[in-house]
Design a protein around this ligand. Structure first.
Ligand SMILES: Cc1cc2nc3c(=O)[nH]c(=O)nc-3n(C[C@H](O)[C@H](O)[C@H](O)COP(=O)(O)O)c2cc1C
Length: 242
């Protein structure tokens, strides 16, 4: 059996409020990912979306619901999509050397799925980061760090952009939106490297675990107890492999 024939879904997220360089870079990453066999992609564009700040009412966690009881805004459309991803490519414009407020609000509002994350839902999922700054050295690295921290907080495995893009895709847009990103040939190559690494690592994480001699229970890697759903999954895998 070849990993090439096994399907994975990659979700791209653009944290920019406008049609500009970040949107272009994330879409370019998804295009690169989609050129690999059996990869499906979905694009989440935060542009034009209403995403309120998390107010930490904890009603989602207390009631065990995977939607936000506090706000009926665009965020509720994203929970099911986020649950489906095997790999994530998250891009942000650099704002004051970190991610945009829109992206930070999006990260914070993922709290309704926190209980599932604690049980290891994303322990075998993969993340790659992209940062687009108007200045050549305007804080791309610190922005990437924030996105990588999001992956670490959720238990995901984060990939680097390789030897020329240590912590992800870093692009200098010169404040010229899509045109500026296109002119940064080196930066755009780091975007494509991140995309390929997310896909191949996602395939290995998703299917490789099934070939370990010891059952890989994602919950064990998040410090939480083995749950009913993972026990059921284990049973299914064992039945499938007979
Ligand atoms: C509020 C704000 C803060 C910014 N801060 C920085 C910064 O710290 N470093 C930088 O390189 N560019 C900064 N920029 C420029 C944007 O990062 C740059 O234009 C980026 O390409 C915008 O992405 P977009 O075209 O996808 O919207 C800032 C822009 C805004 C609106």
């Amino acid at each position: 059996m070849s990993l090439d024939n096994l399907p994975v879904k990659i979700i791209g997220i653009s944290g920019s409020p406008r049609k500009g360089s970040t949107q272009y870079c994330v879409q370019e990453a998804l295009k690169t990912a989609g050129e690999i066999a059996k990869v499906s992609t979905e694009f989440i564009d935060l542009r034009g979306k209403t995403i309120n700040f998390c107010i930490h009412c904890n009603r989602c966690v207390k009631n065990g619901v995977q939607y936000c009881p506090a706000f009926d805004d665009d965020m509720n459309d994203f929970y099911p999509i986020m649950m489906e991803g095997d790999g994530f490519i998250v891009g942000s414009p650099v704002y004051q050397m970190t991610v945009s407020g829109q992206l930070q609000a999006f990260f914070n509002r993922l709290r309704p799925i926190a209980p599932l994350i604690q049980k290891g839902h994303w322990a075998s999922r993969v993340g790659g980061a992209i940062a687009v700054g108007g200045t050549r050295h305007g804080g791309q690295e610190t922005t990437l760090e924030t996105i990588l921290n999001f992956f670490f907080c959720t238990g995901m495995v984060a990939v680097s952009g390789g030897i020329y893009a240590y912590n992800g895709g870093a692009i200098w847009s010169q404040d010229k939106k899509e045109e500026g990103a296109k002119e940064d040939l080196v930066g755009m190559e780091t975007v494509r490297v991140v995309a390929r690494r997310v896909v191949f690592t996602a395939k290995m994480m998703k299917y490789g675990a099934e070939y370990l001699s010891t059952f890989y229970d994602p919950a064990r890697f998040t410090g939480t107890e083995i749950t009913e759903s993972f026990a059921e999954r284990r049973k299914r895998l064992q039945e499938d492999s007979r």
